[in-house]
Design a protein around this ligand. Structure first.
Ligand code: NAD
Length: 270
């Protein structure tokens, strides 16, 4: 895709799922990829190997990969991570805020520490990474791109997951506010809103045929999405093909945000 070759990209939470697919996709586009992991570098080794071999083991894609540790909820970690990427790659052009968690529980029972943790990773963490990236974008003077990995739960309520729901709802205005604030500095900020996607965050249903069928029965297109489908949209929004798009959330959800219950006109008489 236009404008991705030789760009320097940081993907948070890239050791699995959607983040891993995004890292691999950027490598195939010829971009250098910094792979953020939270705990042990071993967690991110698989992604690193996939990035290094994305264009075949012999030739590779001719791109650099870098493993960078950080808990995105920790300010000092985020500052160190972004500086590390800039030091190693020489600049940062694209930030993908992908790291995310969810904790289930009835809203009247959930521990406040659990609520705080979800907001700290999903929303505050995304802001912290954006803040540090924008500092570098402004210093470099060559603009930049931020893509937030939001969710259909940016607009669809999620009972039993109030922290997650609030974090993704907040991400909409994080995206829009940053987009407006830095539009004249050639910094574009967009988001994608995945629907149900086959990744480890959904282990509860992806390996259980009945549970998976139940999930997929609620999706107008009749199937869950793949990480590669999410990564394709992230590549597009990061590329020069999307040069005039900012402040938007692109939902990639097989129709989940189309109010599937209205497929039959139950609310209208003859
Ligand atoms: P995943 O669990 O495979 O990926 C989440 C990643 O975030 C993991 O690699 C994890 O190590 C990392 N992470 C968690 N806490 C972190 C922290 N404090 N610092 C750094 N990294 C941290 O799940 P996924 O589905 O690939 O999720 C990726 C993103 O996509 C999340 O933001 C999630 O909310 C969003 N999303 C997923 C789905 C889905 O159905 N899979 C749907 C909508 C949105």
């Amino acid at each position: 895709m236009k404008g991705l070759k030789a760009k320097n990209v940081l993907v948070t939470g890239a050791s699995s799922g959607i983040g891993q697919a995004i890292a691999v996709r950027f490598a195939t586009e010829g971009a250098n990829v910094a792979i953020n992991y939270r705990k042990s570098p071993e967690d991110a080794k698989e992604t690193e190997e996939m990035v290094d071999n994305a264009c075949g083991q012999i030739k590779g894609c001719g791109v650099k990969s870098l493993l960078v540790q950080a808990d995105v909820s920790q300010e000092e970690d985020v500052v160190r991570m972004v500086n590390n990427v800039v030091d190693e790659f020489g600049s940062l052009d694209i930030l993908i805020n992908n790291a995310g968690i969810q904790i289930a529980g009835a809203a009247h029972e959930i521990e406040i520490a659990d609520f705080d943790r979800v907001i700290a990773v999903n929303l505050r963490g995304a802001y912290l990474c954006a803040r540090e990236a924008i500092k570098h974008f402004l210093e470099q003077g060559s603009g930049g791109v931020i893509i937030n990995i939001s969710s259909v739960h940016e607009i669809i309520p999620k009972p039993q997951y109030v922290g997650y729901s609030v974090s993704k709802g907040g991400m909409e205005n994080l995206t829009r506010s940053l987009a407006l604030e830095y539009a004249d500095k050639r910094i574009r900020v967009n988001a994608i809103g995945p629907g149900a996607t086959i990744t480890p965050i959904n282990d509860a249903w992806i390996n259980d045929a009945d549970a998976k069928a139940e999930v997929e029965s609620n999706i107008p297109m009749g199937r869950a999405g793949t990480s590669a489908e999410m990564a394709a949209s992230v590549a597009f929004l990061s590329s020069d093909e999307a040069a005039y798009i900012t402040g938007q959330t692109l939902f990639i959800d097989g129709g989940l945000t189309l109010y599937p219950a209205f497929r039959e006109p139950w609310s209208s008489g003859d």
